[in-house]
Design a protein around this ligand. Sequence first.
Ligand SMILES: Cc1cc2nc3c(=O)[nH]c(=O)nc-3n(C[C@H](O)[C@H](O)[C@H](O)COP(=O)(O)OP(=O)(O)OC[C@H]3O[C@@H](n4cnc5c(N)ncnc54)[C@H](O)[C@@H]3O)c2cc1C
Length: 393
Amino acid sequence: MLIPGMQLQVPFFRDLATVRNPQSPFTFLNYLKSKNRLDQFINLRNFYPTRIEYHDYLSWVCEKLTHVTRFGCKVKLITPIWDKKGKTIEKLEIVYEDERDESVGSYIAENVVISLGGEPYFPACAKGFEDNNRVIHTASLLEKIPKHFTNLSENYHFIVVGSGQSAGEATYYLLNQYPNAKVSLCFRNYSLHAIDNSPFVNQKYHQSSVADFYHLSSLSKAKALQDLKASNYSVMDLDLLNELFKVQYDDSLQQKERLNICAGLSLEGIISTDSYAQVDAKDLYNETTTSIRGDAIILATGYKQDNYKEILSGLDEHLIKDSAGEYLASKNYQIQKHPSMQASIYLQGYCEHSHGPSDSTLAIMSTRAELILEAILNDSSSFMKRKEYFNEA
Ligand SMILES: Cc1cc2nc3c(=O)[nH]c(=O)nc-3n(C[C@H](O)[C@H](O)[C@H](O)COP(=O)(O)OP(=O)(O)OC[C@H]3O[C@@H](n4cnc5c(N)ncnc54)[C@H](O)[C@@H]3O)c2cc1C
């Protein structure tokens, strides 16, 4: 979603280091300084960098960490390494495939932090369309749209499904890229809504709020997440909403209707042929069904966060789950374990239900990492005790 001009929904202070240690060499401000853009960035008077600039910041950090990173390797499985008596799992073997030559390798570790991110979510009726050229998840928008819709002046009809930030950004991108195209933006709600990033709500995204949230009952956690839904899900940045509204208004002056807002529609079915793509939907407010036919369907349907479960499946009987079948993570994100397991596994980004709304965002990236590192250092025996190894960052 590196669409030119689109901004991050989190201030740059919540980068990989600042909140934890503003003096770290890995701060966004240090990145700006080293790129000779600090003065100019200050002139923008904006806390929210573009996604493109933030991506460059992350790449800049990566370049400094080549001694501890290895790219192009897909972890397939984590398997146990038992002690000599065969009673406890002392260590873990992380088995990976090197995507360059398909060779298989492994690392041995006492501690593993899982942070694989999410995977594009295709709703049930879109299953089987993952590789379809007319049914495109926003995760591959910038790869597939220019490739399959090459004529920028063509009057394509794109159907965007969803009402969150990605839906808004995809709509904005398509309207700008294809000035003669029509975009039908379909979503379940009665209206599009602005993200609630007001200060009291934002406080719930602080690391200090995680501790409060963690001690709530499961029922209260679900209630709190529902209450905070408008701070992250099915909502758009207000500036983006204003931009889209302006497009619609300006078009109306020219008797054009490029942006077609289709509220209250729930996706029921998808058809894709050589010449068109079609959405079948239930109209939730008029209790009817409707079909919209166009050139492509853009699924802004979000991401699923359960891709790590398969990797851990071989360790299941040694890890503790809650009543909903989710791994039970302690306050410091370690998966709770049975006595048969000595090695430790930590989760980054999969604990929204237990640790609160910030878990699936960048908001607590640095402080959560600090908590996990502290837990590992307190827990471990050999090499990891060398705290000074990490002090630099
Ligand atoms: C479109 C989009 C926009 C977003 N915008 C914002 C925003 O504005 N503000 C905000 O706070 N948050 C935002 N988020 C959320 C934010 O991106 C995540 O919180 C953050 O990226 C999580 O970091 P991560 O390192 O845990 O996962 P990721 O950044 O997703 O990185 C996971 C990495 O693991 C790799 N991987 C996956 N499987 C394997 C495997 N088996 N073996 C090896 N590697 C693997 C992936 O290739 C990827 O490089 C956005 C998310 C998306 C999808």
